[in-house]
Design a protein around this ligand. Structure first.
Ligand SMILES: Cc1ncc(COP(=O)(O)O)c(C=O)c1O
Length: 466
């Protein structure tokens, strides 16, 4: 979040009464406190400030991991001081990152000795790297055939269900974001029209494995066939980048038969968030390229000031190695079978929730956790209720649940939906309690809402959609 430097209101004394003996002052809001405070008081003060923070496990808006085992937390805390970029000084961390690139490559059917990749802070950084590789490759190819690269902006083709990181990428790199609108029949990339958006200035097509709005998958296998066909006559062949932020570390365990990864010739690169269904706390992500030829050499930097000559491909430089340790812990701890069990269980709970929502008979379900544990729905007959999903989101928040309500993008702006992201720390008991709270909230709204005020002037409730 971007913060403006507007002075925040200082309280005369914001310490809890019981700490007044140790500290009779306030925590700083606009400038540093003059004197140090004892460490245990600093701890208590900050802990106290966080008292009414939302409960992460009841936050069904986020895809991010909200629980890790104590042993994982311990390990991650122990290695927090290791800077993951210092490949020479911390060779063991580098070794673990290397193993993880291989393990993820194996899950994505990469060919040994051909693929390469790196960890990132999350999918946003990974998408940025994937996008840059596409842009530089396109530029090289365009220059080779003598295309005037200044005549038009290069473009990137993606469904309108994209996550904001792609909009950022296009703004930062001066690229036209060509969105293929989703419609009621195509709640993902519309394959009937996608190739109409592609031309000589297209740097690549992004297929999304779990779009942010509805959790639906683009059909990457079909897209690959269309791209193959296009490339037969294209002046500049296009490739596919798969944004597998949420699906990339879920599908290989639950639906290995879905063909979406490096088994497909035109899938040049894939990203995922280790901190989503990779089961690690934020922030870790991954990007892999199918072959070195898809990652232009000029994007790889070699630095010698850390003691060795190491190749790096990253936007950030320094960051803690904790998340890499966390990712390695998850894979080692669960192994293939454990991952299948955990992810399968999460999917089953999400499907049970979808069934319970269907039984209520007032929702039209857009996604009943078909592939990833996302449940997404709208009111079947919004005109029959005095309340909207915004009011439902507000009401259910009183029980601590954060369930976002938001409108769909481009062409579907009149459709108001809610989305539940079910994660590995959810249980049958929690699912039942959520559904009971939902029923109670609906009953209350039916009896107590005034139709005139429902949904007035609102565009979202309970926060973000990522
Ligand atoms: C499809 C998609 N791509 C990219 C991102 C960005 O991921 P991150 O939060 O790991 O940067 C998200 C986040 O939800 C996403 O859903």
């Amino acid at each position: 979040m971007l913060h403006y430097n507007n002075p925040l209101k200082e309280h005369k004394n914001n310490t809890p009464n019981l700490t007044i003996f140790e500290l009779d002052s306030c925590s700083p809001k606009n400038k540093l406190n003059e004197m140090p405070v004892p460490s245990e008081v600093a701890y208590r003060l900050i802990k106290d400030e966080m008292l009414d923070e939302g409960n992460a496990r009841q936050n069904l808006a986020t895809f991010c991991q909200t629980y890790m085992e104590p042993e994982a937390e311990k390990l991650m805390a122990e290695f927090m001081a290791i800077n993951a970029i210092d490949k020479t000084e911390y060779p063991q961390m580098t070794e673990l990152e290397n193993r993880l690139v291989n393990i993820i490559g194996n899950l994505w059917n990469a060919k040994e000795g051909q693929s390469l990749g790196t960890s990132t802070v999350g999918s946003s950084e990974a998408c940025m790297l994937g996008g840059m590789a596409m842009k530089f490759r396109w530029q090289d190819a365009a220059e080779k055939i003598g295309l005037d690269i200044h005549a038009k902006k290069p473009n990137l083709v993606i469904s309108s269900g994209f996550q904001v990181c792609w909009e950022k990428f296009c703004v930062y790199w001066d690229i036209e974001l060509r969105t293929v609108p989703m419609d009621k029949e195509h709640m993902s990339l519309n394959l009937d029209t996608v190739m109409d958006y592609v031309d000589d200035y297209t740097i690549g097509i992004v297929g999304i494995l779990g779009n942010t709005y509805t959790g639906k998958f683009d059909d990457i296998e079909k897209l690959d066939a269309f791209v193959e066909n296009y490339n037969e006559t294209a002046k500049i062949p296009v490739g596919i980048h798969v944004d597998g932020a949420s699906g990339g570390l879920f599908v290989p365990f639950v639906n290995p038969e879905i063909v979406w990864d490096f088994r497909l010739k035109n899938v040049h690169s894939i990203n995922t968030s280790g901190h989503k269904y990779g089961l690690v706390y934020p922030g870790v992500g991954w990007i892999l390229w199918q072959d070195k030829k898809y990652l232009p050499e000029k994007l790889i930097f070699y630095v010698n000031y850390l003691g060795g000559e190491e190749p790096t491909m990253a936007i950030n430089f320094s960051r803690s190695g904790s998340q890499i340790i966390g990712q390695y812990y998850v894979f080692l701890r669960y192994g293939m079978q454990g991952m299948q069990t955990v992810q399968g269980h999460t999917l089953q709970i999400a499907r049970e929730i979808a069934d319970m929502l269907k039984e209520m008979d007032i929702f039209e379900i857009y996604n009943d956790a078909q592939t990833i544990p996302i449940v997404c729905y709208k009111l079947k007959h919004p005109e029959k209720h005095k309340w909207t999903l915004y009011e439902l989101a507000d009401r259910i928040a009183m029980k601590g649940w954060q369930i976002p309500a938001y409108t769909l993008p481009q062409n579907l702006n009149d459709v108001l939906i809610q989305r539940l992201v079910i994660r590995a720390d959810f249980s049958h008991a929690l699912a039942e309690s959520l559904m009971q709270d939902m029923k109670n909230a609906i009953e209350y709204l039916e009896e107590n809402t005034k139709a005139e005020s429902a949904g007035k002037g609102r565009t979202s409730a309970q926060g973000f959609t990522h």
